[in-house]
Design a protein around this ligand. Structure first.
Ligand SMILES: [Zn+2]
Length: 366
């Protein structure tokens, strides 16, 4: 019985001395090949089988040429040559057929994988929501646009003139200390990150004749120690109305209208005297607590009131910087912390969650 190892010996060593024995030997070898390939096709390692049988140096067919054919005795040499050629044709033919079958199998499995089942449910893609700050801005803008204000925006890097001086905050004024300011390193002009959106009051009045009715949404920066209600950056919306006949009543009416629109028709407004360099008189605007409705709770520290924002009538000193006539013009201004309003309205307890972009938080406000 020939095995695939028998090709290490010569035919004479194996006692094969007649064409009949040669034919029988090759028949056995062919069966061995067929078994071999049947095994390899199942493990799909055709390349290993190909090297074993057809390898140029150590392949079985090469060994037959070296060990069987070359040293074969004259009387059996033609039979060995013919049988070898026949076996070679069989082996090569099989490998070609198997390779083709393997390609077909691969194509079929790829086709099966790519096949689209239109009845399957689609892949659900996460759709972003508008950030709570964005939503609050849009709400604030909606309210003020509905009563004739328009939106202007301005630079976040400002000069001390626009951020302080023109707003009646001269150098060494204590109000500058309250607004711990980030200065731009190396700026000869003393450029800084604006501490409020108020510089746009000046920039707008410099360019435009009254009447002016603007709101200014934007980011502002202060060197606060970050905690649950303070950060380095926060969002503000500034408002300014200037005309020939604006009174404190217009100011109060606008503020009350805003509070009702923002917090609901039952919300009441209270003005407390305050101080800002660029308004005179100045007021803190309070609203009845949105949680308890004014009866007192933990959120309003049992006062029934929540502090909303600062505001006031424009200080006549400001008009001097923009060539407005303080004798003929009057107006009011306000500055709201949007983060604070968003936290209050939507019951968010911690400021940092507004900027941490935790999707679990953001998804709560579709
Ligand atoms: Zn309350």
């Amino acid at each position: 019985m020939a095995t695939t190892d028998s090709t290490k010996q010569t035919l004479a060593q194996m006692g094969v001395d007649s064409p009949t024995k040669v034919a029988s030997l090759f028949d056995d070898l062919r069966s061995a090949f067929d078994r071999d390939v049947a095994h390899e096709i199942s493990s799909l390692d055709l390349e290993a089988a190909r090297v074993k049988w057809l390898g140029r140096k150590a392949g079985i067919l090469a060994e037959i040429g070296d060990n069987w054919l070359k040293p074969a005795a004259k009387e059996i040499k033609p039979a060995v040559g013919q049988s070898l050629n026949a076996l070679k044709a069989h082996v090569e033919g099989q490998f070609t057929a198997l390779a083709a079958a393997k390609d077909t199998a691969r194509e079929q499995s790829a086709a099966a994988r790519d096949q689209i089942d239109l009845s399957l449910p689609g892949v659900e893609r996460a759709i972003g929501t508008r950030h709570l700050i964005r939503q609050t801005y849009e709400e604030l803008e909606r309210i003020f646009l509905s009563i004739g204000f328009r939106v202007v925006e301005g630079p976040e890097i400002e000069t001390p003139y626009y951020n302080f001086e023109a707003l009646n905050i001269p150098e060494h004024h204590p109000a500058r200390d309250n607004m711990d300011t980030f200065y731009i390193e190396g700026s000869k002009a003393g450029h800084l990150l604006r501490t409020h959106t108020s510089p746009m009051q000046i920039r707008t009045m410099e360019k435009e004749k009254p009447p002016v009715r603007i709101i200014v949404p934007g980011k502002v920066y202060r060197r606060d120690n970050p905690d649950s209600t303070h950060g380095y950056m926060f969002h503000q919306i500034e408002g300014l109305a200037v005309d020939t006949d604006i009174t404190f009543c217009d100011f109060k009416g606008t503020v009350e209208y805003f509070v009702r629109e923002f917090l609901g028709p039952k919300a009441k407004t209270r003005l407390r005297p305050s101080y800002f360099p660029f308004t005179e008189p100045s007021a803190e605007v309070d609203a009845t607590c949105h949680v308890c409705g004014g009866s007192g709770c933990r959120v309003c520290k049992f006062s029934g009131w929540i502090e909303l924002f600062g505001a006031g009538m424009v200080n006549p000193a400001v008009y001097g910087c923009v060539n407005y006539d303080p004798e003929k013009l009057s107006g009011f201004a306000f500055g709201m912390g949007v983060d604070r309003l968003a936290m209050m309205k939507y019951g968010v307890g911690e400021l940092p969650v507004l900027t941490q972009n935790d999707v679990r938080f953001l998804r709560q406000f579709p």
